[in-house]
Structure formats: structure tokens, C-alpha cells
Design a protein around this ligand. Structure first.
Ligand code: CO
Ligand code: ZN
Length: 333
């Protein structure tokens, strides 16, 4: 079985902001190929690993490959880069962080001296790449270039894992680990590594249309309610097992899929918990309304500090999710 930490480390270090998933897709394709009958990409950048089954039903799993990022909108004469967001960024999360462009250029995010840090907007932040002036900066970085968080992944005490972009590379790892040990089932299985989720579930939308699955299961991170004074109150927590989604801002999971996932977990003794995410969506939202509708649900990995430069999850939960994906491949309603 694939090493979860090492694979996450590798995928998290790849450059892959929304719309530029090529590098991550290449790495994933290489790992997936020996375990799939066919691996292909579509025009939106989704990577699909297809595993032929008995043709009874088709099940589409979806984990997004893309990450949030900082997109350069203006380079000033002093060489500072001003930016906008690709996906959900917040000033208080990224102020002081280290970022990296596709060509390897590194920079530090800081705040305009005129801004009040408490009320600052993203437009008050800039990236300092150490360029002495605008001309030099433009030789390395162009308007439209995107930077991603530049942080190492590491193991922590308590069986936890810290890494940039657990959202959602850790779910890509979950699918890759699961597909390595899946027996032949009555269902045709599509493991989709989707693009542009952070911009509104765009990749999952075209992937679901193209595949036209009977069932769709998104695998993504979800918030963990066990940090100090977490608001709103949330039961889902680290070490609580695989989280079966009930609802988020993009989807109400089909009760039959929820029941099926929970039964599968209980049958195989996989620890599980329920999840309701009040802000934020998942690929399940796009899959559910594809074509004439898809039975949709989601398996979530409880994660602290989502969309921070470094996020934290528990290895035991990741392993529970791998087992649950595997168990759900044999879905039959
Ligand atoms: Co996200
Ligand atoms: Zn995500």
C-alpha cells in the first residue's frame, strides 16, 4: 500500500493552482496507471482513472487536484507584486506567509503600511520577491502568474499530519491508496481527480456530465470542530473517523447514499462520524445536478485550518477514508 505521508508530501509540493493542474495531474497519473484500465484527461483538466467492472452501475469518485493561489494583478515600479485571489483567501490567513510561483520564484506576503491590519483587505497585501525595481520583477514574474503556499509537509505527534493543501491533495492520496486494493466489482468505477473546484466545482461539473454516473461521491476535507472556541458548533473532529457528509452549502446528500456509506462503514468496522459543513461546498454539489441527476454524497477528512498555508489532519482518519472508499465501490441499492 502506498505511503500516505510520502505521497501527500510529494503532491503538496507540486504546483497546481486552479486551472493549472498539469503538474499534479502528471504525478497522479503515474501512480494511478498500474491500477486502472484507462487514464485520460478532459478539456477542463480533469484526470480520470477508469476501472472496468460488471457494468451494473457507474460510480464516480471525485477529489480535486487544484489548490487556491495568489494571482498577480499589478507589478509596481518598486518591484512589489499586488495580487487577487484564485479561490478563497483571507488576509489574516496569508499575512506573513511564504509563496512560490510556477518558475520557483519565492516571495513573502506583507501588508501596505497605510492599511490597518484589523480591517485590511487582500488589496492591501503585496508579495515581496526581493526585486530591486519593477523592471527586474517583470523579468521573473508576469501579471497573471499565480503563486502557491511554499511550506513543507511534516508528521506531528498524535498521529497527525501537517501540510499545505491537504485541501484537497490528501483526498487525491485517499483515492490513489483505495484504488490500489479494489477487487473487481459489479460497478464501473471512475476515479476523477478534478480541476478548478476552488473556483466553483467547475471540473466536477464537466466530468460528471461526461461520465454520466449513477452515483457520485466527492472526497474532500471538511472543517474540524475541535479547535478552541470553534464557531459554529460542529461535532466532526480529528480522530473521529471518516466523515460521512449530510450537507454543506453546495449539496444535501442523498439519504440512500448516506445510509449506504454508513452501513458500509459499520459492516467493516470503519470508524465514522457525520458531517455538516455550514460554509463551503464540494464536488458533490456539481455532481448531484449533472444531467438528469446523480445519487450523490461525500466522504470527508476532518481538517483543521483549511485554506491556511498549513493545514492539519489525522492519519487515522485518512486511513478510515481509504477503507470507506474501498467499501463504497461495491455500492448496490
Ligand atoms: Co478548498
Ligand atoms: Zn477542497
Amino acid at each position: 500500500m502506498l505511503n500516505i505521508f510520502e505521497t501527500q508530501q510529494k503532491l503538496a509540493a507540486a504546483f497546481g493552482p486552479s486551472g493549472q493542474e498539469n503538474e499534479v495531474a502528471g504525478m497522479i497519473a503515474e501512480i494511478a496507471k498500474p491500477f486502472a484500465d484507462e487514464v485520460y484527461t478532459d478539456r477542463l483538466g480533469n484526470l480520470v482513472a477508469y476501472k472496468k467492472g460488471g457494468g451494473e452501475a457507474s460510480v464516480m469518485f471525485s477529489a480535486h487536484m487544484d489548490s487556491i493561489g495568489l494571482i498577480v494583478t499589478h507589478i509596481d515600479e518598486n518591484g512589489f507584486l499586488w495580487f487577487s485571489q484564485v479561490g478563497g483567501l483571507a488576509v489574516w490567513r496569508i499575512y506573513g506567509s511564504v509563496v512560490r510561483f510556477g518558475n520557483g520564484t519565492r516571495g513573502v506576503v506583507f501588508i501596505n503600511g497605510k492599511a490597518n491590519p484589523k480591517e485590511a483587505k487582500l488589496s492591501d497585501l503585496y508579495i515581496d520577491i526581493g526585486a530591486p525595481d519593477g523592471k527586474t520583477a517583470r523579468e521573473t514574474v508576469s501579471v497573471g502568474d499565480v503563486a502557491v503556499f511554499d511550506q513543507p509537509a511534516f508528521l506531528m505527534s498524535g498521529n497527525c499530519l501537517a501540510s499545505p493543501y491537504l485541501d484537497d491533495r490528501i483526498a487525491c492520496v485517499v483515492l490513489l491508496a483505495a484504488m490500489q486494493e479494489i477487487p473487481k466489482t459489479a460497478n464501473d468505477l471512475y476515479f476523477v481527480f478534478s480541476s478548478q473546484e476552488e473556483l466553483g466545482l467547475r471540473g466536477a461539473k464537466t466530468a460528471a456530465y461526461g461520465i454520466a454516473p449513477t452515483y457520485g461521491i466527492a472526497v474532500d476535507v471538511t472543517t474540524s470542530g475541535d479547535i478552541p472556541d470553534h464557531k459554529p458548533k460542529m461535532e466532526c473532529r480529528l480522530h473521529g473517523g471518516a466523515a460521512v457528509k449530510i450537507m454543506d452549502a453546495s449539496v444535501i446528500c442523498h439519504p440512500r447514499v448516506v445510509k449506504w456509506l454508513e452501513d458500509a462503514a459499520d459492516r467493516e468496522g470503519i470508524p465514522r462520524q457525520r458531517e455538516i459543513l455550514q460554509a463551503g461546498g464540494t464536488d458533490a454539489g456539481a455532481i448531484q445536478v449533472a444531467r438528469a441527476g446523480v445519487y450523490a454524497g461525500a466522504i470527508s477528512i476532518p481538517t483543521r485550518y483549511i485554506h491556511n498555508p498549513v493545514e492539519i489532519c489525522a492519519l487515522d482518519d485518512v486511513e478510515a477514508c481509504v477503507k470507506l472508499v474501498r467499501a463504497s465501490c461495491a455500492i448496490s441499492l
